[in-house]
Write a protein that binds this ligand. Structure first.
Ligand SMILES: Nc1nc2c(ncn2[C@@H]2O[C@H](COP(=O)(O)OP(=O)(O)O)[C@@H](O)[C@H]2O)c(=O)[nH]1
Ligand SMILES: [Mg+2]
Length: 363
């Protein structure tokens, strides 16, 4: 089983990239599987990818590195259910040190079963230009920045995503910054939305994973503090009414929550809201405080009932985030003349990572 891990910061486009790669592999006759991962249950990514017809296993409750055995069990289940020859895995977007804690242990302990491909890390331009570029801006948390840079440092392949949104100057700026910092790494420019650069990505993914002779240093205190700056919220609810637009529901939820978060000066790392009604899905995303909430997947349908999944990762206190999400649901319910009670709400700060294995050194 060929195992490909697609990492990158929260909102970089991992799920969108995985869905496009998976479609490409299926067209070429390969059998695919996907494994998603999150700190808690009720994942938008899992529901969305399943709605696209892909076989998806899920590791929920902590990141792959801290749940290494759950990852291998999930891979075995996928293998038993759908015999994939290629599995795409998406680690949590606030996670780093995955080469030492996941890829190398998989090779060392299960190299007979898994052919681990190169580790691709997507660069999220919304934050990348602030962190790497000349438009460097104060205000972005230095510890979150530490995680962002560590993710790039351990990549076998860096893929700058969302180039459909970047003009030539921004592309050149990122190309130069990456060349200055990571001269030896292959850098690709892709758009998971339009498919630009995907032939190059797919062929780079066929290459063997390079040997990771020297593993990266990671300060686990800074890493843990960076993750713990985020309020994390996963919630599920049911929207019901006489008749409402599915797209409008997720669009309003995301937009109104964005306004509330801006009012609190809470930087959104990623907010994603999915509504499902039978086979119809609508998905809206917010990936930073200075970009607009957007409808990423439109359904075009009116419905009477929808299951709503809300995943928010926002710099700030989880209880304030919960209050704002609940207030947003009430506001949207009133605006659309529906009911939208939340049935399960998990909100927390991620606990310090304690990897199951770490090749090379102790944590
Ligand atoms: N314009 C543009 N948007 C993208 C692209 N890839 C992903 N997105 C959007 O970025 C947001 C986050 O994407 P997602 O795949 O959920 O990111 P993840 O958190 O890394 O899995 C969504 O609104 C996507 O539609 C891209 O290539 N171009
Ligand atoms: Mg995702």
């Amino acid at each position: 089983m060929r195992l490909l891990m697609i990492g990158g910061f929260l909102g970089a486009g991992k799920t969108t990239t995985i869905a496009r790669l998976a479609r490409g592999y299926l067209e070429r006759g390969r059998k695919i599987g996907i494994v998603t991962n999150d700190q808690a249950a009720e994942l938008v990514d899992t529901h969305f990818l399943r709605s696209q017809g892909f076989p998806v296993g899920e590791v929920a409750g902590a990141c792959f590195c801290c749940q290494f055995n759950a990852l291998t069990e999930t891979l075995e289940q996928l293998d038993a259910q759908s015999l994939p020859d290629t599995v795409l895995t998406e680690p949590v977007g606030s996670c780093t040190d995955l080469v030492a804690t996941v890829m190398e242990p998989l090779r060392a302990l299960h190299g007979d079963r898994f052919d681990v491909g190169p580790f691709t890390v997507l660069l999220k331009p919304e934050h990348g230009l602030k962190i790497l570029g000349a438009r460097r801006r104060a205000g972005f948390s230095p510890k979150a920045q530490y995680i962002f840079l560590k993710q790039l440092e351990e990549a076998d392949i860096i893929a700058v995503n969302k180039i459909d949104r970047l003009d030539e100057d921004a592309r050149d700026e990122l190309r130069q910054c990456l060349q200055d910092r990571y001269a030896s790494k292959p850098v690709l420019f892709i758009s998971a939305r339009t498919g630009e650069g995907f032939d190059e990505l797919a062929s780079a993914l066929e290459s063997p994973s390079p040997a990771h002779a020297s593993l990266m240093d990671v300060d686990y205190e800074v890493y843990a503090e960076g993750e713990a700056e985020l309020g994390w919220l996963n919630a599920r609810g049911v929207a019901q009414g006489a008749s409402f637009e599915l797209d409008e529901l997720v669009r309003q939820l995301t937009r109104r929550l964005a306004v509330r978060l801006a009012g609190r000066q809470m930087e959104a790392a990623h907010v994603k809201i999915l509504a499902e009604s039978g086979p119809d899905v609508a998905l809206a995303n917010l990936v930073s405080s200075d970009s607009d909430a957007e409808l990423s997947v439109a359904s075009g349908v009116r419905v009477k009932r929808a299951d709503v999944t809300i995943n928010a990762r926002v710099a700030g206190a989880p209880d304030i985030l919960k209050g704002e999400v609940e207030a947003t649901c009430r506001e949207v319910a009133e605006a659309l003349a529906i009911t939208l009670p939340l049935e399960s709400v998990h909100h927390f700060r991620p606990a310090p990572p304690v990897p199951t294995h770490r090749v090379g050194r102790d944590v």
